[in-house]
Ligand binder design. Structure first.
Ligand code: MRU
Length: 346
């Protein structure tokens, strides 16, 4: 399975993190080598790595890379320096709460480092790797719970990429599909292309084909007619942030799919680990929604303009699906109704 973020030790015993450049997939497989937190922050901001859990994992490694770059003779204390590292990583993308979850999880390891002692860089790398390995296990558990809701033969519509590329491995929404196939079910997938960044066309189609999972690529506007023709049995998507009332932020276009699914009596499932649940927010209205460059809409790829110069553009990267449209939320701890999420707060 594809590996989005990989920790590497160089022969000189330095740490690097090799990030699969998802901007180039499926045409080229290349890695961006990150040696410090600034390079990792750029990789997150520029979408080399994307998908909520993978962003969290990348940020955790970014903290460790930042620690490696600390110079005791630079006139700044380690905790003050590390606050800055964390802040820079936290300013990359605002919507996926896994980013802030991972930074908070790394903090106790550097904050408690005694003054004058060596920076706990190795410890931070091991914790980042632990977060990544744990994410794979959580996804497998989520898949095991979630696949029980799918019939033995089933066609699933998914949006964006919530697969191995978006996580430590296995995937959330695509993990449920993988688990269902592992349980002997016959699953077909319709993948929305996911305008404007085309995560569905470029990443989900690539990832599922690599695994030999029968996949049909469609444009985002085709879901309604497929549902009307009874070609879809379930919709499964990932999430960037789930709030205490069960509202879900995910890739732009998700909300529309949920409304369509409701209109056609089709179950609409969200697959997300607990690291994606933000119990501090009471509803989806409070989720910060990232707005991205107009170029993503006016151009195809980096260079081909498809819209007239000067047209005004609105490009929110995510929308919020109200809890009322969500049949169930699949997690590593089991499957919940959106209204049950609040009671799961730690
Ligand atoms: O802008 P992206 O590609 O980071 O958006 C990704 C999504 O919206 C995914 O559906 C979500 O992060 C879940 S990934 C398991």
């Amino acid at each position: 399975m594809v590996d989005a973020v990989r920790w590497v030790r160089t022969p000189e015993n330095r740490h690097e993190v090799h990030v699969l450049d998802q901007r180039l997939l499926p045409l080229r497989t290349e890695f961006v080598v990150c040696s410090d937190h600034l390079e990792m922050a750029s990789s997150i901001r520029d979408m080399v790595v994307r998908g909520a859990p993978a962003i969290g994992i990348a940020a955790a490694f970014g903290v460790a890379l930042g620690s490696q770059s600390f110079r005791p003779d630079a006139g700044i204390s380690y905790p003050v320096y590390m606050e800055g590292v964390s802040r820079i990583l936290g300013e990359t993308r605002p919507t996926a709460v896994n980013l802030f979850w991972a930074l908070n999880r790394m903090k106790p390891l550097w904050v408690s480092s005694p003054a004058g002692s060596p920076a706990p860089t190795d410890l931070l790398f091991h914790e980042a790797q632990h977060i990544k390995d744990e994410d794979v296990r959580l996804n497998q558990a989520m898949g095991a719970h979630g696949q029980l809701l799918l019939p033995d033969t089933c066609t699933v519509l998914t949006h964006c990429n919530a697969g191995a590329l978006a996580t430590g491995g296995f995937g959330t929404a695509l993990g449920v599909i993988r688990a269902a196939i592992g349980a002997g079910k016959v699953i077909r997938v319709f993948a929305d292309e996911t305008r404007p960044y085309l995560q569905g066309a470029r990443l989900t189609a690539y990832e599922l084909l690599e695994d030999g999972i029968p996949t049909t690529l469609i444009t985002d506007g085709m879901g309604a007619s497929l549902m009307a023709k009874k070609k879809i049995d379930a919709v499964i998507v990932g999430a960037d942030r789930v709030t205490a009332n069960g509202d879900v932020a995910n890739k732009i276009g998700t909300y529309g799919l949920a409304v369509l699914a409701r209109a056609h009596g089709i179950p609409f499932y969200v697959a997300a680990p607990f690291s994606t649940i933000d119990f501090s927010l009471s509803s989806g209205e409070q989720i910060p929604i990232e707005e991205r460059s107009p170029n993503e809409i006016t151009h195809i790829g980096p260079g081909v303009r498809i819209a007239p110069e000067g047209v005004s553009v609105y490009n929110p990267a995510f929308d919020v699906t109200p809890a009322a449209f969500i049949t169930a939320i699949m997690t590593e701890k089991g499957v919940f109704k959106p209204s049950e999420i609040r009671s799961m707060a730690p």
